[in-house]
Design a protein around this ligand. Structure first.
Ligand code: GDP
Ligand code: MG
Ligand code: K
Length: 270
């Protein structure tokens, strides 16, 4: 089997370090990400030394607002790991799925690890993984990094999908999707490292760092600005606001359908 790289991505406190330690055992290499003091951890999967595991900083989003987010997105689009394990705190599914909608756009196969299942099971809540897979079009594996369950199945799922060609999901409404398609046609540069959909959405959000990264020239920037002006007139909001709302809508629709016996949040005295 040829060597491949799995990147671990997830919100802070989703159990990334616990999972990373479990997968790599004592074979870990700790350094810094280039140019910044954010810690970079890598290791080999202890049951198969051909599998390289990279632990990304904990993040809520792939926006340019924190160093951790920039480090993570630069790594994912520039170094192209073979698979992303997106680890989620299954007791906080709705919040954790927001990042998932972004990771799914990168053109890299994603396997979802629903972590903390030991806690979910105690509440009597049920998460319908098959339905979740249907909504997200990617493999979902229930795990507990603490109790060490589901781990072999998680890595097997990664091996299965690592060479898949990913067709990113269209999660926004038709009129937004139309703009994303138009932006793809501004320049071949939008297809930067096979992350075309993710880059196009970032351009719709007018993300300066990405505009610079892919090197749009003045005439391409003019075309982009023309589209963005039209967009803001049509939606009466900027691209970033509309995209953020779109992600929340998609996620809240999904969680309505996949969680049974959901805790209300209000305790009753029965
Ligand atoms: P990170 O911030 O994503 O690296 O998360 P950590 O690995 O540091 O985990 C955060 C907390 O959740 C720690 O107290 C862990 O012991 C705990 N934790 C991690 N995975 C699980 C799990 O599957 N079940 C339970 N009950 N706790 C977990
Ligand atoms: Mg950690
Ligand atoms: K990529």
């Amino acid at each position: 089997m040829s060597k491949f790289t799995i990147a671990l991505a997830g919100n802070p406190n989703s159990g990334k370090t616990t999972l990373f330690n479990l997968l790599t055992g004592s074979e870990q290499y700790v350094g810094n990400w280039p140019g910044v003091t954010v810690e970079r951890k890598e290791g080999l999967y202890k049951k198969d030394k051909e599998i390289n595991i990279v632990d990304l900083p904990g993040i809520y989003s792939l926006s340019p607002y924190t160093l951790e987010e920039v480090v993570s997105r630069d790594y994912l689009i520039d170094e192209n790991p073979d698979v992303i394990i997106n680890i989620l705190d299954a007791t906080n599914l709705e919040r954790n799925l927001y990042l998932t909608t972004q990771l799914m756009e990168l053109g890299i196969p994603v396997v979802i690890a629903l972590n903390m299942m030991d806690l979910v099971d105690k509440t009597g809540e049920k998460i319908l993984t098959n339905e979740l897979e249907d909504h997200l079009k990617c493999k979902v594996v229930k795990i507990s990094a603490l109790k060490k369950t589901g781990i072999d199945e998680l890595i097997e799922a990664c091996e299965k999908v690592k060479d898949d060609k990913v067709e990113p999901l269209k999660i926004f409404n038709e009129s937004i999707e139309k703009y994303i398609e138009d932006i793809k046609n501004i320049s071949t540069k939008v297809d930067y490292h096979n992350s075309i959909r993710w880059i196009a959405v970032k351009l719709l959000e007018n993300d300066e760092k990405i505009i610079e990264k892919i090197g749009l020239d003045d005439s391409e920037k003019n075309k982009l600005n023309g589209l963005l002006n039209k967009f803001e007139d049509e939606f009466d909001d900027d691209g970033e606001g509309v995209i953020t709302d779109g992600r929340y809508n998609f996620v809240s629709n999904i969680t309505k359908h996949i969680i049974k016996n959901k805790r209300s949040g209000l305790s009753t005295s029965d």
